[in-house]
Design a binder for this molecule. Structure first.
Ligand code: 5BU
Length: 250
């Protein structure tokens, strides 16, 4: 089993959570404040580092410290999509130097195996999620694409830890789960207890539905960080997701 998944499983069991927050704030202070509120409820924190307006190495240092203290992994949702050589530079260089701090990253499989080789070459400590599905309405992902993505991942079991799933197309995500069993994790965004969409194509399912459709980790953004009391809301999501999931974790 992939070593990052092993680490994640340990955290999930100890903290009784399969919840990941997606913290899409543009100011580092807001991100760190949210982590203080929801850190105990999550196993993973998803970032979009390129939307941050006051990014600094000091911010990463603080975020990493919090991740050790509160025990969660960091997933940079960079969605790499270029030739191997370019992604290896995007992963390790530039302002963000993602390979120095991200436990998990993701990439599009449409590029072929070169993208995996390019990322793997940089850093053997991180793990990679491949996009087998996405959540927006009208996306071009198909069942066949999902299957080919899994075939590709199977050649890199030490590096690829799982797939992005979408319970927007539940049959595809269910089939994905039956193909990967417990060898890989399915990470599912597009989760909300209340909203059905955001008028920009996003689709949502509840934590319970997502887990029933095969999700291992649910990823929640606005449903938590835009709520009046993110700490309380995160606990609500954690409980629903964990109660649906706990008996499935082997
Ligand atoms: P939301 O606020 O819960 O809708 O945020 C969802 C987050 O997950 C956001 O950061 C997206 O970029 C991310 N996401 C997604 O929504 N759908 C996908 O298929 C993938 C990522 Br991959």
């Amino acid at each position: 089993m992939n070593k990052v998944i092993k680490k994640l499983k340990k955290i999930m069991i100890n903290k009784q959570t399969n919840l990941s927050i997606s913290v899409d704030f543009t100011k580092t202070r807001d991100i760190l404040d949210l982590v203080d509120k929801v850190g105990d409820s999550i196993c993973m924190l998803k970032t979009h580092v390129d939307i941050i307006e006051d990014f600094s190495d000091d911010f990463i240092k603080k975020l990493k410290e919090k991740s050790y203290e509160k025990k969660f992994l960091i997933f940079e949702d960079r969605k790499f999509a270029d030739i191997g050589n370019t992604v290896s530079l995007q992963f390790s260089k530039g302002i963000y130097k993602i390979s120095n701090w991200a436990d998990i990253i993701n990439a599009h499989s449409i590029i072929g195996e070169g993208i995996i080789d390019g990322l793997k070459k940089v850093n053997k400590n991180s793990a990679l999620i491949l996009l087998a599905q996405m959540t927006p309405e009208g996306n071009l992902f198909t069942k066949d694409y999902m299957k080919k993505t899994i075939e590709m991942a199977k050649k890199y079991p030490d590096f690829v830890c799982g797939f992005i799933g979408s319970s927007d197309k539940p049959d595809i995500q269910k089939e994905m789960k039956s193909l990967i069993k417990d060898k890989f994790f399915i990470f599912t965004p597009g989760i909300s207890l209340e909203s059905k969409g955001d008028h920009l194509g996003q689709t949502y399912n509840t934590p319970k539905k997502a887990v029933e459709n095969g999700s291992d980790i649910i990823i929640v953004g606005r449903g938590i960080y835009n709520s009046k009391d993110p700490r309380k809301e995160a606990e609500k999501y954690r409980l629903e997701a964990w109660n649906s999931y706990k008996n499935k974790l082997i």
